[in-house]
Design a protein around this ligand. Structure first.
Ligand SMILES: [Zn+2]
Ligand SMILES: [Zn+2]
Length: 238
């Protein structure tokens, strides 16, 4: 991918300005620093539901009682960077991938340094069914996990979890349909040796997929969190 990146015109896909390079060894591609920073969360958010909060804490008042899955994301899908994330998935436009993963890495390491989360032992990309993988040619969650693993030094495991049922795409389905669509769609291929795992995906919307996967790990008392490039909050939460 490095060779491809080197040959791309080095413009920001959002504002079309040339991207200023600080290091020749690690070229910055796909998005400029200004657009990247402008697209990040500008306030603290609940790690359960994504709602804005005045103070940094793990959960908002509502989530404190139900303790939903922790979702670590650097931004909202609706604040500007969503377009780039959709571009990775649907147009294979991977130029901004490393920069987007970097802001996710910074977010996760910062939350860990402040004692709000514990770092996972392993990164597990949300798998595609082999039919879908054949069709699309790549799994964006795998690309994100691989890059994140390189950046933060936590290993990736892409062989434990598989998607055994070829589910329909979740987009366009309501909550109940989403749950039915991915019930029992995943399985663990061998014994799970981990106590703390992070599921890696591009976007978390309702959390149906990652919650379904976490049920598999809950049977082994494994703590599961999700790291993603962006969170698409329910309407009205921002
Ligand atoms: Zn820009
Ligand atoms: Zn909340």
């Amino acid at each position: 991918m490095a060779a491809v990146a080197a040959n791309l015109p080095n413009r920001c896909l959002l504002c079309q300005q040339d991207i200023i390079q600080y290091s020749a060894a690690k070229p910055h591609t796909g998005v400029c620093q200004t657009c990247l920073v402008a697209g990040l969360y500008q306030q603290e958010v609940c790690l359960g539901c994504g709602k804005s909060m005045p103070l940094l804490q793990v959960y908002c008042g509502h989530c404190q009682h139900i303790e939903p899955m922790l979702v670590i994301a650097p931004c909202s899908y609706h604040q500007g960077l969503g377009e780039l994330i959709a571009g990775i998935k649907y147009q294979q436009q991977c130029a901004p991938l490393a920069a987007l993963v970097q802001v996710l890495a910074v977010r996760g390491m910062d939350l860990a340094a402040r004692g709000l989360i514990q770092l996972p032992q392993v990164l597990i990309p949300v798998p595609l069914h082999r039919n879908r993988l054949k069709q699309r040619g790549f799994n964006q969650a795998w690309l994100i996990a691989k890059e994140l693993s390189a950046q933060i030094g936590i290993p990736m495991d892409d062989s434990l979890l598989v998607r055994c049922v070829d589910t329909k795409a979740q987009a366009g389905l309501n909550g109940k349909q989403r749950r039915l669509n991915c019930a029992d769609a995943f399985t663990l291929q061998r014994d799970n040796p981990y106590q703390r795992v992070a599921l890696i995906d591009d976007v978390v919307t309702t959390g149906t997929t990652v919650n379904e996967i976490s049920r598999l790990f809950a049977a082994h008392y494994t703590h599961v969190q999700t790291w993603c490039l962006a969170r698409a909050e329910a309407p009205g939460l921002l």
